[in-house]
Design a protein around this ligand. Structure first.
Ligand code: 13P
Length: 262
């Protein structure tokens, strides 16, 4: 059985002081949940403080992006070895990076390879826009993003990768995909691709998160689906009570699934 992985992507929110306060509120509650992997991804500036506070709490810490070069004249960028000093994982290919900062499937692949090379776990984000969805192109878009984004990655390297399916039209809109629609993409598009690329055994172990307007109200329903293995949470990760409720929902679903299997 795959272990749920629930990560909060704080995006461009929280000063260092606010980030510290949020971790202070999260850590006592999250410390009581040991059957779900949970994580936060603050801004670069808040990372040192957050990483320090999360040490020994079980909360994993990630960055929201990284450059693929090891060092050099790339003003404003952050290199993989710098991220690896503080973080357990990094997010690459978020749709906001693609939309506002010109990132492509090819540069997602470069970032992924560079992150794996320094020993980071990686969340690779994919997902179609509203236009693509309405044109019936979801499968084609997601498959292309996976083909190019995961090019030249070995089965062994895949152990460090989580896929986050985030339909762009569901991000920050309050309009989440239905559990059935999301699971359909996870189960019938993403998982088969992973099987083809990395083999049956690896594909069964890899986690596919859903992201896009996950809230305490819809989390349990989403996580109860066969191929939704956690969530990448934006807005609802900024408030301690809602992020805790979402992690608890994953924990409850895990308990129910465990019982039904034994
Ligand atoms: P929301 O949860 O705010 O829709 O954001 C999802 C997301 O983009 C997480 O990376």
């Amino acid at each position: 059985m795959r272990r749920f992985f629930v990560a909060g992507n704080w995006k461009m929110n929280k000063t260092i002081a606010e980030a510290k306060a949020l971790i202070g509120a999260l850590s006592p509650e999250l410390a009581t949940i040991d059957n779900v992997d949970h994580a936060v991804a603050p801004s670069y500036l808040a990372l040192p403080a957050v990483a320090g506070l999360c040490k020994g709490t079980g909360i994993k810490v990630g960055a929201q992006n990284l450059h693929w070069e090891t060092a050099g004249a790339y003003t404003g960028e952050v290199a993989p070895p710098m991220v690896a000093e503080l973080c357990d994982f990094v997010i690459v290919g978020h749709s906001e990076r693609r939309k506002f900062f010109g990132e492509t499937d090819e540069s997602v692949n470069q970032r992924l390879k560079a992150a794996l090379a320094v020993g980071l776990d990686v969340i690779v984000c994919i997902g179609e826009t509203l236009e693509e969805n309405e044109a019936g192109q979801t499968e084609a878009v997601v498959t292309r993003q996976l083909e190019v984004g995961l090019a030249e990655i070995s089965e062994t390297q895949a152990a460090a990768i989580t896929i986050a399916y985030e339909p762009v039209w569901a991000i920050g809109t309050g309009r989440a995909a239905t559990p059935e629609d999301a699971n359909n993409v996870h189960k019938n598009v993403i998982r088969p691709f992973l099987r083809e690329q990395f083999g049956e055994a690896r594909a069964e172990l890899m986690r596919i998160q859903y992201g896009g307007s996950v809230t305490p109200d819809n989390a349990a329903e989403l996580f109860a689906m066969s191929d939704i293995d956690g969530g990448l949470i934006g807005g609802a990760s900024l408030k301690p009570e809602s992020f805790i409720a979402i992690v608890k929902a994953a924990s409850m679903v895990a308990i129910v699934q465990q019982e039904s299997q034994s």
